[in-house]
Design a protein around this ligand. Structure first.
Ligand code: C2E
Ligand code: MG
Ligand code: MG
Ligand code: MG
Length: 292
């Protein structure tokens, strides 16, 4: 005990780690203030069916409109909130905001399905499904089966029994789940079978290199087969070119998301994009590629 106390004391007075902890705390305070000041915004990236160009949904992706530093991507701030109460607060804001936006589009004649990303810490909160039920009840225009939660493969398997329980209770509300960045985690097939997941999202790293890397192509093929075998939907992220789209269609993956279709955009640009996408009909050029 004395030895441990000594160690702790050493850490308590370690000026370097103390400084880091303080920086972390003040950064969290900044993020809390940013939430109050409504500095967070959601961008939306469409998901389409490459067979007919149908827009099947939009994924909400958070940005921080920093008053001085401009638009910050999630990589620049999300990791700091893990394990803090802000994780849940921000997650609840994202759900509310995305539902409200979905409702606006619905009223404007664009009935999109909406997906949001959920952190593991937020998902395993005991009252997660109760909060979700409340949020859904406040936005009756959005059918729960048109609302999707994207969960990282790694998040779902920390405590598989607990994850299954939470996912089940959310699914009773009607919402759908997808496993994000699929292929980068360590899910065994047993886990995959147990998890009530509707969709596998092929990680963009495999998609990006599938045209010139045989191993990545093999992984993409494997995930598509896995999805078929388990009767799950499959979607590819990181579809940057028409060639990627054509190759994916040839393999039997029709749902796609990526810069080649559209970059994430502010909500007020989505309607104009959708109209242009419909008139351009660029996806039709993917069809001949199916023949080779
Ligand atoms: P993700 O959910 O896997 O989202 C895909 C990321 O790849 C997004 O980055 C998107 O902008 C980017 N992306 C989409 N298409 C392409 C493409 O064709 N090429 C390339 N190179 N990138 C593409 P973003 O918006 O920076 O988000 C990064 C990650 O941050 C997300 O990965 C997600 O895990 C997390 N995230 C974003 N918003 C939220 C949120 O509201 N809550 C939580 N908990 N996590 C979020
Ligand atoms: Mg996602
Ligand atoms: Mg992803
Ligand atoms: Mg990712």
């Amino acid at each position: 005990v004395a030895k441990n106390a000594g160690k702790n004391r050493y850490h308590l007075f370690d000026p370097e780690s103390d400084r880091k902890a303080q920086l972390h705390r003040s950064f969290l305070e900044l993020l809390n203030i940013a939430l109050i000041n409504r500095e967070f915004v959601l961008y939306y990236q469409p998901k389409v069916d490459l067979r007919d160009g149908r827009i099947v949904g939009a994924e909400a992706l958070i940005r921080w409109k920093h008053p001085e530093r401009g638009l910050l991507s999630p990589a620049e701030f999300l990791s700091y909130i893990h394990g803090s109460p802000l994780d849940q607060k921000l997650g609840e804001w994202v759900i509310q905001e995305a539902l409200a936006q979905g409702e606006i589009w619905h009223q404007q004649g664009l009935p999109l399905c909406i997906s949001v990303n959920i952190s593991a810490d937020h998902l395993i909160q005991k009252d997660f499904s109760a909060h979700l039920a409340f949020a859904l009840s406040q936005h009756p225009d959005i059918a729960p089966d048109c609302f999707e939660l994207e969960v990282l493969e790694t998040a779902a398997i920390v405590d598989i029994e607990q994850a299954v329980e939470i996912l089940e209770s959310c699914r009773r509300l009607g919402v759908h789940f997808s496993l994000d960045d699929f292929g980068t985690g360590y899910s065994s097939l047993t886990y995959l079978r147990k998890l009530p997941i509707d969709t596998l999202k092929i990680d963009q790293s495999f998609v990006r290199d599938m045209l010139h890397d045989a191993e990545d192509l093999g992984i993409v093929e494997g995930v598509i087969r896995l999805a078929n075998a388990f009767h799950r939907e499959v979607i590819a992220e990181g579809v940057e070119t028409l060639e990627h789209g054509a190759a994916l269609m040839a393999l039997g993956c029709h749902l796609a998301q990526g810069y080649g279709i559209a970059r994430p955009m502010p909500a007020d640009q989505f309607m104009a994009w959708a109209e242009q996408w419909q008139t351009e009909r660029a996806w039709l050029s993917l069809k001949p590629a199916l023949l080779y």
